[in-house]
Ligand binder design. Structure first.
Ligand code: PMP
Length: 307
């Protein structure tokens, strides 16, 4: 289990974790009405901390709030303020190892009724040790009987806390059946994503991933992987993916902040690539780790120094 660092950001200041709590009367607690992002911070051998794609995480948080109709966040939290708070919480915790920062905009209005506009919001950030939620030497996935919530019910490109009940149902089901994680299908039966990661397959040398019209979260690492593949000269394709394509794919991997690039070795009791990490996955993974740490600027400068 990841360990949480002692200092959080809560509201407009740093605070001990024990003081960073919301009321049971808030919309965040009552309805899961919060939007969030999790961003990675890596520490170099010399001890310098950098955040990966910080601007993009801020932008996705703003977009999530916009989709849901939370309109009191963006006017008071511009990108500069957001980045300064991330920096403050990292410095305060004297980070000496890779961590994740979870930044959440909670609708903290008390007894609000089921509404979103004009409600008070509270920013929280906490820091925890960066541990992958999937095994990195080969994950085993099971297709979920629970379908991904469609965009027309709860928008999947908004990272809304309440929507994660869908992920919990599917992931727990997979764990109960002895697997590491689920594969979500969308309402029309096409492959969507995992409980908290996007999915890629390789067929005949082409790197394929479900398109953003398949009710998935537009993952920042999904985009990074597509950029890396482009620079490495690997052909890519975003389109609808059938479940049976996973069964016959040459390679399958998942990607996301909390999974990095995680090779998949089994889908619904079908073995992928003889249970070993495929060559395309290995190339992408190696470059991804260098890009994440700012050691490779293949995709331009994607890291922001924090210390
Ligand atoms: N899909 C879902 C449902 C997620 O929760 C996540 C994790 N944020 C991802 C995909 C991957 O997104 P990212 O690469 O931005 O971490």
């Amino acid at each position: 289990m990841a360990s949480v660092y002692p200092t959080a950001w809560f509201g407009d200041r740093l605070a001990p974790m024990a003081d960073a709590s919301l009321s049971i009367t808030s919309a965040a607690v009552l309805y899961g009405l919060s939007v969030y992002t999790v961003l990675p911070v890596t520490v170099s051998p010399a001890g310098a901390a950098s955040a990966f794609r910080l601007s993009d995480h801020y932008r996705r948080l703003v977009n999530s709030a916009r989709i849901i109709g939370i309109d009191t966040f963006e006017p008071v939290w511009d990108e500069e303020r957001f980045c300064a708070a991330v920096k403050d919480v990292i410095v305060a915790n004297e980070i000496a190892e890779d961590v994740f920062v979870r930044a959440t905009v909670h609708v903290s209005e008390q007894v609000p009724g089921t509404r979103s506009r004009g409600m008070s919001t509270t920013m929280s950030m906490f820091v925890y040790t960066a541990e992958s939620i999937l095994p990195l030497d080969g994950a085993r996935l099971k297709t979920s009987v629970w379908r991904r919530i469609p965009d027309y019910a709860i928008p999947s490109r908004a990272k809304v806390n309440g929507a994660y009940v869908n992920s919990v149902l599917a992931k727990q089901d997979a764990i109960d059946a002895g697997y590491d994680d689920c594969i979500f299908l969308d309402a029309s039966g096409h492959v969507c994503e995992l409980s908290a990661a996007n999915i890629f397959i390789v067929r005949n040398g082409v790197l394929i991933t479900p398109s953003t019209a398949s009710d998935l979260l537009e993952g920042i690492n999904r985009d990074t992987v597509l950029q890396i593949a482009g620079h490495l000269g690997i052909e890519t394709c975003e389109r609808e993916v059938d479940l049976t394509e996973l069964y016959i794919a040459d390679e399958v991997f998942a990607c996301g902040t909390s999974t990095y690039v995680a090779p998949v070795v089994e889908v619904d009791a079908r073995i992928v690539n003889g249970s070993s990490v495929g060559p395309v996955t290995a190339r992408i993974r190696e470059t991804y780790h260098a890009v994440l740490r700012g050691e490779d600027e293949l995709c331009g400068k994607l890291v922001t120094p924090l210390t």
